[in-house]
Design a binder for this molecule. Structure first.
Ligand code: FEO
Length: 394
């Protein structure tokens, strides 16, 4: 286990979780990294830790650079335990280290760990700490994505240690965006943004504005997950775009099905929408929701279909609707569709969610039992209308 020097005397000492496949319901089919960083100056600073089960891996990397008992400061940018999970064990070794965090961070750490005897330094936006040749500047990032979140900026090196912001769930031996390809890195960052930060778009936009006013320059952005950005402007511009829900000419058709009727309707709608837009078609029990949500982020149109079961929406669709409501996508034209045997009801529930999300809602399509050729033509035409409308939002 080696430490990797990412900038002069700044080392990556994190852990690679190749096997993680479910990160609190976020499907991580390429694993995860937990990035911790060590800064060696007159003072030794550890920025974040790793998930507890990877403590030994982080410790071995730190030991390649310094004696861990000599760490002076441990910065906890975020309480969530993928970053603070090894803090208690680390404090047992670095007994004299002061823990730096926000006020909310201190509250959170005290609820997670036995912090008796710990020395804390509570910081807020604009506070600075001289550690030798370097000066650390702290930037609170409340609700991005927890109340305690913050980032640490190394002024002399123009290095932003951004914690979750700008991260990607992607395990690799490569440490930089250019190593995996910047476009590939943005692809993974988009999946992360869509599934974690999407509901916080307005806060993201305001925070980017606030950082802009501070006139900070970035030579590198090092998040707590995934690869490090040697091209900070690329990911900052992408975040601005995503925060504004800028739509592409794309329709996402999502469905589940009991006896294939809803599937047949979904495919007819997709074929119709394709006359005007790019189309993505997803089956809710076969495709990863994290991928579906990523496509929804910048789609102009969305169609969700469900069979009716017990007069209600089909349970997997209900689960997805809950996920969708939490992530609060914006600026969509939407259409509900589905099949039923007798009572119906599913499309009404889907429409209620669309209305809650303030989507522009098109007339739903609810068909009884197996769709006839004539009914499928109607589904196709509904898809054409959806595609046409979505093409005008981009
Ligand atoms: Fe990577 Fe919010 O934890």
């Amino acid at each position: 286990m080696n430490a990797e020097e990412i900038m002069d005397k700044v080392y990556w000492v994190g852990a690679i979780d190749w096997e993680e496949r479910d990160f609190h319901n976020f499907e991580t089919h390429r694993g995860v990294t937990y990035n911790a960083y060590l800064i060696k100056d007159e003072k030794i600073v550890l920025v974040d830790t790793v998930k507890e089960k990877f403590f030994d891996e982080m410790l071995q990397r730190i030991e390649k650079v310094v004696d861990p008992s000599e760490i002076d400061y441990i910065i906890s940018n975020h309480v969530e335990t993928d970053h603070s999970g090894s803090l208690e064990k680390m404090k047992e070794i670095a007994k004299n280290a002061t823990v730096i965090c926000t006020k909310k961070g201190k509250e959170g750490l005290e609820k997670h760990f036995n912090t008796e005897g710990w020395e804390f330094k509570v910081v807020k936006t604009g506070d600075e700490l001289k550690i030798g040749e370097r000066t650390l500047l702290f930037l609170e990032m409340p609700m991005l994505h927890w109340p305690d979140s913050m980032a640490t900026y190394v002024k002399e090196q123009k290095l932003l240690l951004s914690n979750d912001a700008f991260g990607q769930h992607f395990a690799s031996e490569e440490r930089f965006d250019e190593d995996i390809g910047v476009e590939e890195a943005v692809k993974w960052a988009k999946i992360y943004y869509a599934n974690i930060l999407m509901p916080l778009g307005e806060l993201v936009r305001r925070k980017l504005e606030e950082i802009g006013k501070l006139n900070l320059e970035f030579s590198m952005i090092a998040p707590s997950h995934g690869v490090i950005w040697k091209n900070p402007s690329v990911i900052i511009e992408a975040y601005s775009r995503w925060a504004e829900f800028k739509a592409e000419n794309k329709v996402v058709v999502i469905y589940d099905t009991m006896w294939e009727s809803t599937a047949i309707i979904a495919k007819a709608i997709a074929e119709g929408a394709a006359q005007h837009s790019e189309v993505r078609l997803f089956h809710l029990r076969k495709d990863p929701w994290s991928e579906i949500m990523t496509e929804i982020l910048d789609a102009g149109g969305i169609a969700i279909g469900s069979p009716t079961m017990h007069n209600r929406v089909f349970p997997p669709v209900a689960g997805f609707l809950t996920y969708l409501r939490g992530l609060k996508p914006k600026n969509k034209v939407a259409m509900a569709f589905g099949s039923y045997g007798w009572g119906g009801g599913a499309v009404k529930e889907i429409n209620r969610v669309f209305e809650e999300l303030k989507f522009e809602v098109l007339e739903p399509l609810s068909l009884r039992y197996r769709p006839t050729e004539e009914e499928l033509q109607k589904a196709y035409e509904a898809g054409v209308r959806l595609g046409e409308r979505a093409s005008k939002t981009s």
